[in-house]
Design a protein around this ligand. Structure first.
Ligand SMILES: [Zn+2]
Length: 323
């Protein structure tokens, strides 16, 4: 019997600075990848996507293309309504790209794409009702409900990062104030470090000395590195972060009651600094604490490739469903 030819799909992770394209096989393995700076105009962006697909097509047959997008899509994933760092505004990007590329195209929100990657090939295989909480510059979230992506009536659910949790709190880039992601993300670590340093004094803390010298130069990575070296201010910042993460897990559990919450995003690789403590907070802050099962809390497995892998798989499945 002739062997079925291998099937490859291209998954794009489109960020404000760079776009990455991965050629992904049916088992979720990236067999080749390319990246390029993200152009500033719609036309240049679509041409850039075309160029990367052509380069990957030169080495392997490509069946479909998926785009993981950090922005708001319509519920049918046809239109990119608004993406703060990308040029498209209310445009039918899926059909535009399909025409340009001559291949089936699938769009998906970036957190949903990453969740799908984990669901199919990573830490969430076999889990049917679970939440991805991606902790990076902000908070990205996705809900898998009965094995499918849940997107709400208008395509924006779940949006935990911009829940207002502190009245009159820290200003957020979304225009609101006191949003959860201002307290529980990589950016939040920097805010908290500056606040703690301005209200107190930390002896034997290199991080404290650095903030006093140049508060603008502090990054989330510097803070996690300091905490690993047991810097007293670094540890205090991570304690505050753990408490907020515990609150966040409790909110998610009280609203959605998932079986599992996966921590993804850039901060997930440092979960040994905060996760046990966060789960302790979470377990005491849910309603009915001690009398109900806790969601399993774990870290994601596919790292920064989860979105590319997930959206490539979604693109391939979309082709299978229509043939
Ligand atoms: Zn906000």
């Amino acid at each position: 019997m002739p062997q079925k030819p291998a099937s490859f799909a291209v998954g794009f992770d489109i960020g404000g600075t760079n776009m990455r394209a991965g050629l992904v096989d049916e088992s979720g393995r990236i067999v080749a990848s390319l990246s390029a700076p993200s152009p500033r105009t719609t036309q240049a962006m679509e041409q850039g996507i075309f160029d990367l697909v052509e380069q990957l097509k030169a080495t392997h047959p490509v069946d479909a293309v998926g785009l993981a997008v950090a922005g708001f899509l319509d519920p049918d994933c046809e239109v990119i309504r608004f993406a703060p760092h990308l040029p498209w505004r209310d445009e039918p990007v899926r059909s535009q790209l399909e025409e340009l590329l001559g291949l089936p195209v699938r769009l998906e929100h970036d957190a949903n794409s990453a969740a799908w990657g984990e669901h199919r090939f990573g830490a969430a295989q076999g889990a049917d009702n679970w939440v991805l909480l991606a902790l990076g510059t902000g908070i990205g979230a996705a809900l898998i409900e009965k094995g499918e992506i849940y997107r709400g009536a208008f395509g924006t659910a779940p949006e935990f990062g911009h829940l207002r949790v502190v009245r009159g709190g820290r200003a957020c880039s979304c225009g609101k104030e006191g949003c959860l992601e201002r307290y529980c993300s990589g950016t939040a670590l920097v805010y908290t470090a500056r606040e703690l340093a301005s209200h107190g004094s930390y002896t034997n803390s290199e991080l404290f000395d650095q903030i006093k010298t140049d508060p603008q130069a502090i990054t989330g990575k510097m803070i996690t590195a300091a905490a690993k070296k047991e810097d007293p201010l670094g540890i205090a910042v991570l304690e505050d972060f753990s408490e907020w993460l515990g609150e966040t897990l409790a909110i998610i559990a009280d609203v959605l009651d998932p079986g599992m919450i996966l921590i993804g995003g850039g901060l997930s690789k440092d979960s040994s600094l905060y996760l046990d403590q966060a789960v302790n907070h979470y377990s005491s802050r849910i309603v009915g604490a001690g009398y109900r099962p806790l969601a399993h809390v774990a870290t994601a497995q596919l790292g920064g490739d989860a979105g590319m892998i997930g959206v490539a798989d979604l693109a391939r499945r979309a082709v299978l469903e229509t043939t």
